[in-house]
Design a protein around this ligand. Structure first.
Ligand code: PCD
Length: 797
């Protein structure tokens, strides 16, 4: 039971060692009143509006583009084509994966929905109307839609813009020890293998992407208001692409209506808005509509995996090997650390003690949108967790083993931490058996199995079409990229800055490089400072999202804000506290060593009445107080935090489903999620994060898929076809926790923002397949897919 303090509105401090616990989110006062300020709320004086003409073809040569009729439209101010951009050297832009992407097509279009022309008009309607006046002649080409055929000898070459290219191959990449893994497989008693597709999906945030560019012709300063999760990284990329110095570029990220990885990259519309502003001399706003968002700005997943798992007769897991065919679309624009073309996929040995593991990943081009974004996923960990958690279930299915028992006997034990996996990751901490036991306990696993038996016997007697399934998953995530030694994006190392200013009255301003998209940073980062300095979170302002006002850092994705910026925040607050000790010593006329810290005040050891509070210290630090010669005044501090390692949150999930075999309909009856993200800063925020991710998992497992027909027509370009889960499909979540602090994080916290999105799809899938006793069927397990799987004719997506 939780109680609420009537004065503060804080929930009781639960199990959390962080002060202020589940305090209400400071930002919600604005959001729940509809007073958020999103990109589309921003109106600049004289602002023009833009729309993008997109390709109807998946693959076609551009014969000609005639813009004269559009230009003649009375309210149109500019029509920009690839040719205009080529004149400025901007027809192509760099991607996050060292490829180039067409900004506006010049030679060919390579996916349906690709950007072809950019119309700037006095209002949004005229810009859209004028799109119909641009006359493009296309010469259609055969398209490569199925990644499995991308490397066929007769496959059309998609990227003929690259000199000498004769195929659609992007990269081959391996991790792990192939020979050692083969050895383990040769010695294994049992091996199970499975082909599985993690289908192409989309982050689909509530707010789509957009940008307003304003180039001031007098000062030469470019201001870009944009929906970006990584304002500083964007500024550097603009600087490199446009040849402008960083101080002449200001990126402002206003409130963001969900990012989920969709707002990490730079899209053609952003670059065109800048060019549009330069050409017209006015600010230019471009915002996507829903179909444009679904069709063109970043997909996720699309991993075709063949996995194998090896074990002994008595159920000891020995090794895993996997080959992956990764569909990267028409331009290699995946977002992940530069040195890792498959991201952190090689964390796929999961939560088990394996002797060896190996993966080989091949990336290919297809005539689909570029992206490969880490949609609620620390760079392909979602695919990795799905792979291993499905393989464990397939093995259990093949051998007639209980999936809970198989996991229980193979999980890493707490004394094995820090644990280095066969693929080289050093897991920091965890108590996996306890996390699993908590989940099984909460679920009442044995009773559920007994009930399942009864349901099945009624089904077998022909009395009921219903079956019941119990699905498990146990995941380990690796979140909080860097360290910068091993992880960078386009050469920018993954460390974050933090600046903390303490005003004379003791109020504080914390400036951060990361960027909230709904996670509640305004509250939780204030709580970290509050914990370290004893200042009330209400007196701490958190500033993000404006590059002119915040220190450099790589932004918010891969659940890295808490592990990296959160650590920077604790460290910068500790610097302030160290300075405050010296000031307090001067105030109390004692040596700094004689002072003891008690949240919010320094007291003289042995004389507790002699004390200075943070408020008093802050004022004194700005006063005429005599300080030692080597101590500057004020309390302000800055810090750059380069994480020594990732943090490794984990979780055990149990999903219970009811399957109607007559209709194929799946109902998620219960979902138990026990997450361990180390110390929780704000347990209520953590619960909110987990709720969102669990809903994501129901979406992925049961309904979401970006499908295409054989010509490359996008079949999921609206929410009529690309189905998202709603409250209707979600049960009342049952959450639990274990807390194993991260030993290397200053406050012991690990990231959690993506945990549930990563951990839940295999739990739901395992539950459905457990109900119908089918070894494997690909997500999404729509009613049609389940109906056919029950009847032995599985659908492949
Ligand atoms: N926390 C706490 N504690 C702990 C941890 C954490 O409290 N231990 C909290 C914090 O503070 C914050 C949150 O929680 O507030 C989260 O965190 P993190 O984990 O660190 O994360 P971040 O970085 O902040 O964020 C990010 C994430 C991601 S990545 C994603 S996808 C998603 C998530 O986040 N997104 C989103 N969640 C969310 N929510 C919302 N509302 N919205 C959004 O959009 Mo990617 O890579 O981008 O794909």
């Amino acid at each position: 039971m939780t109680t609420t303090d009537p004065d503060t509105g804080f929930r009781a401090l639960d199990a959390t060692p962080m002060g202020y616990g589940s305090m209400r989110r400071k930002e919600d006062a604005r959001f729940v009143r509809g007073k958020g300020r999103y990109l589309d709320d921003i109106v600049l004086p004289g602002m023009l509006h833009a729309a993008i003409l997109r390709s109807p073809h998946a693959h076609a040569r551009i014969v000609s583009i005639d813009t004269s009729a559009a230009e003649a439209h009375p309210r149109v101010r500019a029509v920009i084509t690839g040719e205009t951009l080529a004149g400025l050297g901007l027809a192509w832009m760099p991607t996050l994966s060292h490829d180039v992407q067409s900004v506006l097509a010049t030679d060919k279009v390579r996916f349906q929905g690709q950007e072809v022309a950019f119309v700037v008009a006095e209002d949004r309607y005229s810009a859209r109307d004028a799109l119909a006046l641009v006359d493009v002649e296309y010469d259609p080409l055969p398209a490569v839609i199925d990644a499995q055929h991308a490397l066929d000898a007769d496959a059309p070459v998609i990227r003929d813009d690259q000199e000498g290219r004769t195929d659609n191959h992007i990269f081959d990449w391996e991790a792990g020890d192939a020979a050692a893994t083969d050895d383990v497989f040769a010695r294994a008693d049992v091996v199970s293998s499975c082909d599985m597709l993690y289908p192409r999906s989309h982050p689909a945030p509530m707010e789509t992407c957009g940008s307003i560019a304003s180039m001031d012709p007098v000062s030469g300063k470019l201001t870009v208001y944009t929906t970006t999760q990584a304002p500083h990284a964007h500024r550097t990329v603009y600087a490199l692409v446009a040849g402008l110095p960083e101080h002449k570029i200001q990126i402002i990220s206003p409130d963001i209506g969900g990012g989920f990885g969709n707002k990490v990259g730079i899209y053609p519309g952003y670059v065109c808005a800048v060019v549009g502003s330069i050409v017209t001399g006015a600010p230019v706003k471009w915002t996507e509509d829903r179909s444009e968002n679904l069709m063109s700005t970043s997909f996720a997943r699309d991993y075709h995996m063949r996995g194998e798992i090896a074990a002994t007769h008595d159920g000891k897991l020995l090794g895993v090997r996997v080959t992956v065919l990764a569909d990267h679309g028409a331009f290699n624009g995946t977002a992940q650390p530069s040195k890792m073309p498959a991201g952190l996929f090689h964390v796929f040995s999961g939560s088990y003690d394996l002797a060896a593991a190996h993966c080989a990943v091949t990336g290919v081009y297809t005539n689909k949108a570029p992206g490969g974004v880490a949609y609620a996923c620390s760079f392909r960990i979602t695919e990795a967790v799905y792979l291993i958690e499905r393989l464990v279930d397939v093995l259990a299915h093949d051998q007639g083993w209980d999936p809970a028992e198989l996991r229980r006997t193979n999980l890493l034990r707490s004394e094995q931490f820090p644990y280095t996996t066969a693929l080289g990751w050093e897991y920091d901490s965890g108590d996996y058996p306890r996390t699993l036991a908590t989940a099984l306990d909460m679920a009442g696993y044995d009773e559920l199995r007994a009930e399942q038996k009864q349901v099945r016997s009624a089904y077998e007697r022909g009395e009921s079409p219903m079956l019941m399934g119990i699905g498990l998953s146990f995941f380990t995530e690796a979140v909080g990229a860097g360290p910068r030694r091993t992880m960078d994006i386009l050469g920018l190392g993954m460390a974050d800055g933090a600046e903390l200013r303490i005003h004379p009255t003791g109020k504080a301003v914390l400036r951060l490089s990361c960027m909230t998209q709904g996670q509640g940073h305004q509250t939780t980062f204030a709580q970290i400072v509050a914990e370290e300095l004893g200042i009330s979170p209400d007196d701490i302002e958190v500033v993000q999202g404006d590059t002119d006002q915040t220190p450099f850092g790589l932004g918010t994705y891969g659940s890295r804000s808490t592990p990296v910026s959160g650590a920077a925040t604790a460290m910068v607050a500790r610097k302030v506290r160290d300075r405050a000790r010296i000031v307090a010593a001067a105030m109390l006329e004692v040596s700094p060593d004689d002072l003891e810290w008690e949240k919010g005040a320094f007291r003289v050891a042995g004389d507790p009445a002699a004390a200075a509070t943070m408020n008093e210290i802050a004022m004194a630090a700005h006063s005429d107080l005599e300080l030692p010669d080597d101590v500057e005044g004020h309390l302000d501090a800055t810090c750059v935090y380069n994480p020594p390692n990732l943090t490794y949150p984990c979780g055990a999930y149990v999903c219970v489903v009811d399957v109607d075999t007559a209709t194929g309909q799946v109902k998620v009856r219960r979902f138990v999620a026990v997450d361990d993200c180390g110390v929780r800063i704000n347990p209520m925020v953590v619960e909110g994060q987990v709720h969102g991710g669990l809903a994501d998992g129901i979406g992925m497992a049961l309904m979401e898929v970006m499908a295409f027909d054989t010509d490359g027509n996008h079949l999921g370009a609206s929410f009529m076809d690309y189905l998202l889960p709603t409250a209707m499909e979600c049960p009342s979540w049952e959450l639990g926790e274990t807390v194993t602090p991260s030993p290397h994080h200053p406050i012991g916290a690990k990231g959690v923002g993506e945990s549930a999105t990563v951990g839940s799809p295999p739990a739901v899938t395992n539950a459905v397949l457990d109900a119908i006793r089918v070894r494997h069927a690909d997500m999404p397990l729509t009613p049609a897919a389940v109906w056919r799987a029950v009847r032995g004719t599985p659908l492949r997506t």
